[in-house]
Design a protein around this ligand. Structure first.
Ligand code: B12
Ligand SMILES: *[C@@H]1O[C@H](CO)[C@@H](O)[C@H](O)[C@H]1NC(C)=O
Ligand SMILES: *[C@@H]1O[C@H](CO)[C@@H](O)[C@H](O)[C@H]1NC(C)=O
Ligand SMILES: *[C@@H]1O[C@H](CO)[C@@H](O)[C@H](O)[C@H]1NC(C)=O
Ligand SMILES: *[C@@H]1O[C@H](CO)[C@@H](O)[C@H](O)[C@H]1NC(C)=O
Ligand SMILES: *[C@@H]1O[C@H](CO)[C@@H](O)[C@H](O)[C@H]1NC(C)=O
Ligand SMILES: *[C@@H]1O[C@H](CO)[C@@H](O)[C@H](O)[C@H]1NC(C)=O
Ligand SMILES: *[C@@H]1O[C@H](CO)[C@@H](O)[C@H](O)[C@H]1NC(C)=O
Ligand SMILES: *[C@@H]1O[C@H](CO)[C@@H](O)[C@H](O)[C@H]1NC(C)=O
Ligand SMILES: *[C@@H]1O[C@H](CO)[C@@H](O)[C@H](O)[C@H]1NC(C)=O
Length: 430
C-alpha cells in the first residue's frame, strides 16, 4: 500500500526537477552577451536617477554581477539620500531593502540595517489595515504589497503567512486594472508566494502550503494566458518579471514547456533591446535579471553574487539608438480629453515629439480645457490632473492614456506620436 502510494509521487518529483532544469537553461548565452550592452549602458548612466530608480538598478546590477565597488557605492548613496528624504511607500522601501541586502551573507544580510526590516514590517501592517478598512484596497497596490511580502520573506521579517496566502488569492480584484489582469502584479505575487512556499517547506510547517501552491498555479495560468504570438508576456515591459515568475514556479507546473517557449521570448526581448525599447533606466533594470537567468529570489542565495563585469564593455558608453528626428518637419495630431464629455483639439508639433509635447501645445491653446499637471516618477512624468480633476488612489481613479482608442504601454514622457494620430487622456477607474 505504502509503496504504491509513493511511487507515482516520486515520478512526479523527478519530472518536476527535470522541468525546472530545462527552464533554467533559458538564459542568454555568453556569445550573445554583447546584445545586452545597450541595457547595461542605460542602467549605469545614473546621473538623473531617483532613489527608487537607484534601488531597481542596484538590485539588478548585484543580481547579475555587473557592478564594481565604486558603482555600488554611488547607488547605495542615492538610496540612502532617498530614504532620509521623503515619505516612502511600502514597495519603495521594499525595493530599497532588496537592493541593499542583495548578495550579502544570508545569515547577516538583514543586519545591514535592522531598522529597515522593522520599518518594512510597519509598512506591511499599514497595507493590511488599509485593506481591512477599505474593502480590500491596499494603501498602494498589489505589486508593492507583493514586493513587501517578498522582501520580508527573504530577510526573515514578520508577516502572517496565513493572511498573505488568503489575500494573494488569484481572483482578488487587486490583480486587475480596468478588468485587465496585470502581469507585472501577478508575477510579483508569484515571486512572493514562491519564497513563502520555500520557507514553509524548510521549516516543515505544512499549514497553508496547499493554498500557496494553488495560488501559484492559478496565477501562473493567468500569466501564461497573457502570452502573445511573439512570445511576449503581457507587454514588453512586463515580460522580464513574468519570466522570473515562470522560472521560480516551474517545479509547481510541469506543463510550462508545452505552452511556453522560453527561447522565443528571449529572442523577442533581445530584438526589442536592439531597437532601443528599454531607454528608461528602470525598464532596463527590470528586464535584465531574467535575461541572465536570475530572479529576485536569488537575492539571498548562499553565495554572494559573482562579479563578472568584464563580460560586458560597461565602461564604453554606447547610447541606445533613438529614432533620428526630422527636426525641420511638423506633424499634426488629434488630441482629446474625455471626462463625461469629450474635448478635442488638433495641434501641430515637431516630428519626433512625445505625448507630453502634444499636451503642452494643447494647454497653450486653451488652458481651461487642456490644462494639466504631472508628477515625476521612476517611469517619468505621471499625469495627475487634467482640467483640475485629480486622480485619486482611494476611488481607484486615474488618467488613462490611449491612442486610436487603445491603451498605451508607455507614459506621456516616452510615447512618440505619429502624424494624423488620435490621442486621448481619459478619466478612468482601475
Ligand atoms: C500599479 C500600476 C499602475 C497604477 C498606479 C496607481 C496605483 N494604484 O498604484 C495605475 C493602474 C493607475 C497605472 C496607470 C498607468 N500605468 Co502603470 N503600473 C503599475 C505597476 C503594476 C506597479 C507600479 C508600482 O507600484 N511600482 C513600484 C513602486 C515602488 O515604484 P514607484 O515608482 O513608486 O510607483 C509609482 C509609479 O510607477 C506610478 N506609475 C504607475 N504606472 C505608471 C506609468 C507611468 C508611465 C508613470 C510615469 C508612472 C506610473 O505609480 C506607482 C505608484 O504610485 C507597474 C508595473 C511595473 N513593472 O512597475 C505598471 C507600469 C509602470 N505602468 C505602465 C503604464 C504604461 C501605465 C499607464 C501609462 C497606462 C495607460 N495606458 O494609461 C498609466 C499611467 C498614465 C498616467 N496617468 O500617466 C507601464 C509603464 C511602461 C513604460 N515603459 O512606461 C508599467 C511598467 C506596466 C506595463 N508593463 O506596461 N499603473
Ligand atoms: C569589448 O570591447 C572590445 C574592444 O572594443 C571587443 O574586442 C570585445 O569583443 C567587446 N566585448 C563584448 C562582450 O562586447
Ligand atoms: C548560515 O547559518 C547556518 C546555521 O547557523 C549555517 O549552517 C550556514 O552555513 C550559514 N551560511 C553561511 C553562508 O554562512
Ligand atoms: C522555440 O523558439 C525558438 C526561437 O524562436 C525556435 O527556434 C524553436 O524552434 C522553438 N521551439 C519550439 C518547440 O517551438
Ligand atoms: C566601475 O565601473 C564604472 C562604470 O563602468 C567605471 O567608470 C569605473 O572605472 C569602474 N571602477 C572600477 C574600480 O573598476
Ligand atoms: C517623421 O520622421 C520620421 C523619422 O525621421 C520619418 O520617417 C517620417 O516620414 C517623418 N514624418 C513626417 C510627416 O515628416
Ligand atoms: C513647424 O512649426 C513651427 C511652429 O509652428 C513653425 O515655426 C515652422 O515653420 C514649422 N515648420 C515647417 C517645416 O512647417
Ligand atoms: C525631413 O523633412 C524634410 C522636409 O519635410 C524632407 O524633405 C526629408 O526627406 C526628411 N528627412 C527624413 C530623414 O525624413
Ligand atoms: C459624470 O456624469 C455623471 C452622471 O451625470 C456624474 O454623476 C459625475 O459626477 C460626472 N463625472 C465627472 C467627473 O464630472
Ligand atoms: C477655451 O474653450 C472654452 C470652451 O470651448 C471657451 O469658452 C474659451 O473661450 C476657450 N479659451 C480660449 C483661450 O480659447
Amino acid at each position: 500500500m505504502k509503496l504504491s502510494h509513493h511511487l507515482p509521487f516520486r515520478g512526479l518529483l523527478l519530472f518536476s526537477l527535470i522541468s525546472s532544469q530545462l527552464c533554467k537553461i533559458c538564459e542568454i548565452s555568453k556569445e550573445k552577451y554583447f546584445h545586452l550592452n545597450p541595457l547595461v549602458s542605460t542602467i549605469i548612466d545614473f546621473k538623473y536617477t531617483s532613489g527608487i530608480q537607484a534601488a531597481n538598478i542596484l538590485l539588478s546590477l548585484r543580481l547579475t554581477g555587473i557592478n564594481n565597488q565604486s558603482l555600488d557605492q554611488q547607488f547605495i548613496q542615492q538610496i540612502n539620500v532617498a530614504r532620509k528624504g521623503s515619505y516612502l511607500t511600502s514597495g519603495q522601501l521594499a525595493l530599497m531593502t532588496l537592493a541593499l541586502g542583495a548578495c550579502k551573507n544570508p545569515n547577516t544580510s538583514y543586519r545591514f540595517d535592522p531598522h529597515l526590516i522593522d520599518q518594512l514590517e510597519k509598512k506591511f501592517q499599514a497595507e493590511i489595515e488599509n485593506m481591512e478598512a477599505h474593502e480590500g484596497s491596499p494603501l498602494t497596490n498589489y505589486y508593492q504589497f507583493s514586493t513587501t511580502v517578498l522582501t520580508l520573506c527573504l530577510f526573515n521579517g514578520k508577516y502572517s503567512i496565513t493572511k498573505v496566502s488568503q489575500l494573494l488569492m488569484p481572483n482578488n480584484k487587486n490583480y486587475y486594472f480596468g478588468g485587465q489582469f496585470s502581469v507585472d502584479t501577478g508575477a510579483m505575487a508569484v515571486l512572493a508566494l514562491s519564497c513563502m512556499k520555500k520557507s514553509i517547506v524548510n521549516q516543515n510547517i505544512q499549514t497553508d502550503v496547499e493554498v500557496i501552491v494553488n495560488n501559484i498555479q492559478q496565477l501562473v495560468k493567468k500569466i501564461l494566458a497573457e502570452k502573445k504570438e511573439n512570445g511576449l508576456i503581457g507587454n514588453i515591459f512586463s515580460t522580464g518579471e513574468a519570466m522570473q515568475a515562470l522560472f521560480v514556479s516551474s517545479s509547481d507546473d510541469n506543463e510550462h514547456e508545452n505552452v511556453w517557449n522560453c527561447s522565443q521570448t528571449l529572442d523577442t526581448v533581445l530584438k526589442e533591446v536592439s531597437q532601443g525599447t528599454f531607454s528608461l533606466p528602470i525598464a532596463a533594470a527590470q528586464v535584465l535579471p531574467a535575461l541572465l537567468g536570475k530572479t529576485y529570489l536569488d537575492v539571498n542565495k548562499d553565495s554572494s553574487c559573482i562579479y563578472n563585469s568584464d563580460k560586458f564593455n560597461i565602461s564604453v558608453h554606447q547610447p541606445i539608438s533613438v529614432m533620428p528626428t526630422n527636426g525641420s518637419s511638423n506633424i499634426t495630431v488629434h488630441y482629446s480629453v474625455k471626462i463625461n464629455e469629450t474635448y478635442s483639439i488638433t495641434v501641430t508639433v515637431k516630428n519626433g515629439s512625445v505625448f507630453l509635447d502634444v499636451m503642452e501645445e494643447a494647454q497653450k491653446q486653451n488652458e481651461t480645457l487642456f490644462g494639466f499637471t504631472v508628477a515625476e516618477s521612476s517611469w517619468g512624468p505621471y499625469v495627475t490632473s487634467v482640467q483640475g480633476l485629480e486622480a485619486n488612489n482611494n476611488d481607484r481613479s486615474y488618467w488613462q492614456l490611449l491612442s486610436e482608442d487603445k491603451p498605451l504601454s508607455q507614459g506621456v514622457g516616452s510615447y512618440l506620436v505619429h502624424d494624423g494620430e488620435h490621442l486621448e487622456v481619459r478619466w478612468s477607474k482601475y
